[in-house]
Design a protein around this ligand. Structure first.
Ligand code: ANZ
Length: 974
């Protein structure tokens, strides 16, 4: 049966389509089928590029005719109607609502599967979002069917910069933009059939939610874990605002390109460093990707060493009281110190710099203030510095060594001062060469041949390290022993002490922005004028006054003074401090976007609780999150911040587990479709990509896919196969024009196909390349599954309501195929190898097409297996198989081991005591069946044909021995 299928509602035919359609119909010798305004006979994507239609066999959707480059598409089954119907059904029946309070049967096991909730941007979902969401949805549906109580929620991380910037540009209040974007995201997510419990939806911007973010802040404040400090921030004088690090590119503002300087300002800090050791230790037991754990370890950056004091010398070389404390991880190199370095922001600087050097030092400090820490510590950057004009005494050998100021030493790490050992540290070595400072070797490598041209930073044996003045002698010791010896010596002589340091800094928690959670503290007016209090004393607002809601504001533009926009809400800012009744001002800084996302997983357990952050019983039941899926870009900040808050909440008895997320999975990124580039020389002629090194100067030009063909392992121009092309997949971006919108995919192939395709592209954790023809493949598989069970469409393109299944007992073969498929799909879901689970189902459907009959007892379990991946089609099939309720809580099929074993064996056959061959038999095979198979066997039949059997000895599963009559034997052989 040949039929044209149209994909979208009928459109007026253009003349070229008329012509094209007629020629196709003519060539297929079929009478013309006018496009009917029915659901199946509708029209396709009418962009000129994709404009096309297809003559297809309605029984199997296989492509029959395809004109040159026309993209040919077909709807393999009526997914539009099916998907809408089931999404409505799930909504109306609250199918995925997780029972709450007394309805929750806590004797059942629980499974909490969570996605990193999205920022609802104006751009809507991209195809990267559904990758993780489909994976978690498969797990949620699978566990529900295995009898678990499943918590699978969704919400919005909706505070943040883009909505505020949009407000500055257009005057639209961030709340309005946020609500609009959330609505769009929700609609898109619902169109993909995710089984979220939408009744638990939360948004970080809702006062009911941020009440508890503010409450956590107050607990941190109470415990001294939130404090204020003067911290250098990115201040842009031209824009009159503080910028986030990502808004500063190469020292200028991303918007407008204005210079940005580092300026100290009052900020809120959270003392995450107090939890450094616990954050490090507890990593070991987590089922997280090793790479993330390693990144967190490096971020925390624990190092063991010592702080050593170097006394500053006066002009006449006398030891003064002033001392510079350095932090070193290599005390074993202390005899190799040839100068000290202070960070430009070191507090001692002003008191030690000599008069003659003052101007030079001031200038240097000014330049350094414009650089970020990252720029300053970049290894390849040329080192710079200035002499302070002053010297210090090395405590171990009493040598006078010069003190320099250089920006490769950071004020924020260690003590902001170092002892420089140019022979053994590459940064110091580079600096010493540049400023002609001495280099003293004090470590030899264990291997031979030291190269004194380069610094040696490894450990080794100590040389040139003794002093009669101090009595310290570490020559001949190994680095490790020498370090211990030096630390003991400095501790004993009062020149320093053992010290553990962390790279981890306290968390800068304030933003000079409007669209964030207000910080719930006030400052008494009487204190704000105080000269003696550079940092005003914060007074927490009473917990009963939470939430402290954001005031409405019409003007979001920066104040120009560095004061946050909230300072414009004068009547909100001016308040009365509750306990004293005195006039006070509210804090106008807001919290960073990280705050709301630090604890949202707890609120999902009890989203409507107005008296507690989370009910204790509910928390005890649902904690911790069993599987947390999201992008690898959150390896440190979000995942570390939420671990920190969780531990604080653990300490104050709000949560019952030490860690929030048992297992974390990072989904890979989806790259855009492969793009082909041809190289052109100066004159505009194509040159092969493999010769561009030789030709040097060249330009690249994008080549449309239809002009490309494969030749061996390369891609070449169809017109000129000598020209090899560059094939590359890029991150999806608007500027490259390679962004795939999930809405388009859903309307063209259906949500089930998109879900299936995203899982089929490759292992969840790998990066993958989008390929539209891949969706056609999985879409065809769903169509084949549909037609296998429902049958071919009727002549008007619709399908019968019934199925083709029969109520008969299945054959052994059918049972074996089914149970192998069950085993594979189950194993693969459990191991989150979703792609190979799909292959197993494809294999099953291929096999099933060969069967004459389809027993219901085989088809039903298959539909259940398919349902976590492609829930809409599975629900529809389930319904057509005669069920009246959703399959969401049906038991997931279990593989029966009896059908998994290989039940045939190779049975040796002896004739008159000699092994003459073998036959394949079922393990439980009768003597008669075994003998019959032997007589039919080509090789054995030669021995048996026409002979009389005297006796048969059959040991089931082991051997068949046939004894022949001798007489007959002779007669027969005559
Ligand atoms: C002397 C020395 C000799 C050092 C040597 C290294 C090798 P980690 O392991 O990262 O903690 N350092 C200390 N404070 C610094 C700061 N504020 N800015 C830049 N560098 C700083 O690194 C500790 C080492 O980094 C310290 O040990 C110090 O240099 C340097 F052969 O002291 B070392």
């Amino acid at each position: 049966m040949i039929q044209i299928q149209w994909l979208l509602p009928p459109q007026p035919l253009t003349s070229s389509l008329h012509h094209h359609r007629r020629s196709l119909l003519f060539s297929s010798r079929r009478r013309s089928l006018p496009p009917k305004p029915s659901s199946t006979l509708t029209f396709s994507n009418v962009s000129t590029k994709y404009f096309g239609f297809r003559v297809c066999n309605c029984v199997n959707s296989e492509r029959i005719t395809e004109e040159s480059n026309e993209v040919v598409k077909v709807r393999a089954y009526p997914f539009h109607e099916i998907e809408q119907r089931w999404q409505k059904f799930w909504d109306e029946n609250r199918t995925f609502r997780t029972p709450d309070d007394d309805e929750l049967d806590t004797s059942k096991p629980k499974f909490y599967v969570l996605d990193m909730f999205p920022y609802p941007s104006g751009a809507g979902l991209h195809v990267g979002h559904p990758l993780g969401y489909t994976a978690t949805d498969i797990l949620a549906r699978f566990k529900r069917m295995q009898g678990f109580n499943v918590l699978h929620p969704m919400g919005w991380d909706a505070f943040g910069l883009p909505a505020e910037q949009y407000a500055i540009e257009t005057g639209t209040h961030p709340k309005v933009t946020t609500i609009k974007n959330i609505d769009r995201f929700r609609t898109q997510l619902k169109s993909l059939g995710f089984s979220f419990d939408w009744e638990r939806e939360i948004s970080t911007t809702e006062p009911d939610y941020y009440k508890w973010t503010q409450w956590i802040f107050l607990q941190l404040l109470k415990r001294g874990l939130a404090y204020q400090a003067e911290v250098a921030v990115n201040w842009c004088p031209a824009l009159g605002t503080v910028l986030a690090n990502e808004e500063v590119v190469d020292g200028v503002s991303e918007r407008g390109g204005h210079p940005v300087i580092r300026k100290p300002m009052r900020q809120w800090m959270l003392k995450i460093t107090a939890y450094a050791d616990r954050l490090l230790e507890d990593l070991d037991d987590l089922d997280w990707p090793e790479s993330i754990k390693e990144m967190q370890r490096n971020w925390i950056g624990r190092s063991e060493g010592a702080e050593v004091d170097f006394h500053v010398l006066s002009k006449d070389c006398q030891v003064t009281d002033a001392k510079i404390t350095v932090y070193t991880t290599r005390p074993d190199t202390i005899f190799g110190v040839t100068y000290l370095v202070l960070a430009p922001e070191h507090p001692l600087l002003s008191s030690i710099v000599s008069e003659s050097q003052q101007n030079i030092v001031d200038e240097y400090k000014e330049v350094a203030s414009r650089k970020s820490d990252l720029e300053r510590t970049e290894l390849q950057k040329e080192k710079s510095g200035v002499f302070s004009g002053c010297y210090a005494k090395n405590p171990v050998n009493a040598e006078a060594i010069p003190i320099y100021i250089a920006d490769y030493v950071l004020g924020s790490y260690g003590t902001g001062a170092i002892m420089a050992v140019p022979a053994h540290d590459s940064r110091d070595h580079e600096f010493a060469l540049k400023y002609n400072l001495p280099i003293h070797w004090v470590i030899t490598s264990d291997k031979c041949c030291d190269d004194f041209e380069k610094p040696y930073s490894g450990e080794g044996n100590v040389i040139n390290s003794s002093s009669s003045t101090s009595g310290l002698d570490i020559n001949g010791l190994h680095s490790k022993e020498a370090a211990v010896e030096v630390i003991n010596w400095v501790e004993k002589t009062g020149n320093g002490n053992r010290k553990i340091n962390y790279k981890l800094r306290d968390w800068l928690f304030a933003r000079q922005r409007y669209w964030g959670e207000p910080i719930p503290v006030v400052f008494l007016d009487e204190n704000s004028e105080s000269e003696t209090l550079p940092i005003p004393i914060p007074i927490p607002i009473p917990e009963t006054e939470l939430p402290l809601t954001l005031p409405e504001l019409d003007d979001f533009t920066p104040t120009g003074t560095g004061d946050p926009p909230l300072s414009k809400a004068v009547s909100w800012v001016n308040t009365i401090e509750s306990s004293s009744g005195k006039p006070a001002k509210r804090e106008t800084n807001t919290m960073p976007q990280w705050a709301g996302s630090c604890w949202y997983y707890l609120r999902f357990m009890d989203p409507k609780n107005s008296s507690q952050l989370v009910d204790k019983k509910k928390e005890m039941y649902w904690s911790p999150v069993d599987v947390y899926v999201g992008g690898a870009e959150h390896a440190v900040l979000h995942l570390l911040y939420s671990r920190f808050w969780h531990k604080v909440l653990y300490d104050i008895g709000i949560v019952s587990t030490k860690e929030p997320f048992k297992c974390v999975i990072n989904q890979g990124i989806i790259l855009g479709e492969v793009q082909y580039m041809a190289c052109k020389d100066k004159d505009g002629n194509f040159v092969s990509a493999d010769s561009i090194h030789a030709s040097g100067d060249h330009k690249q030009e994008r080549i449309p896919d239809e002009k490309v063909t494969k030749s061996g392992a390369s891609f070449v121009l169809k017109d000129n196969p000598n020209i090899k092309l560059i094939a590359r997949a890029h991150k999806m971006s608007k500027s490259r024009g390679n962004v795939v919108n999930p809405d388009d995919v859903v309307s063209e192939y259906g949500a089930d196909s998109l879900r299936l395709y995203e899982m089929f592209m490759g292992p969840l954790r790998d990066s993958k390349t989008w390929n539209t023809s891949g969706i056609e493949g999985v879409h065809r598989f769903l169509g084949r599954s549909w037609r296998l069970i429902v049958g071919s469409p009727l002549s008007d393109g619709t399908y019968k309501n019934q199925t083709l299944v029969v109520d008969e007992n299945p054959s052994l073969d059918q049972l074996k195929s089914l149970h192998r498929c069950i085993e594979k799909v189950t194993d693969e879901i459990e191991a989150t190898r979703f792609n190979t689970g799909i292959s197993a189902m494809m294999e099953f459907v291929n096999t099933a097409y060969k069967w004459d009959k389809l027993p219901k007892s085989i088809v039903e379990p298959f539909v259940l297996l398919l349902s976590p991946y492609a829930p809409h089609i599975a629900e529809e099939l389930w319904f057509r198989l005669g069920h009246s309720t959703s399959l969401a809580y049906e038991s997931f099929p279990k593989a029966n081991p009896a059908y998994l074993k290989d039940t045939t064996i190779t049975l040796p056959v002896q004739i008159n005591g000699k092994t003459r061959g073998t036959v394949q038999v079922e393990v439980i095979c009768t003597e008669e069946e075994a003998f019959k198979l032997a007589s039919l066997d080509q090789k054995l039949s030669k021995y048996l044909k026409g002979k009389i059997v005297k006796k048969r000895v059959y040991v089931p599963g082991k051997i068949l021995n046939v004894i022949l009559e001798r007489e007959t034997n002779k007669v027969a052989s005559r």
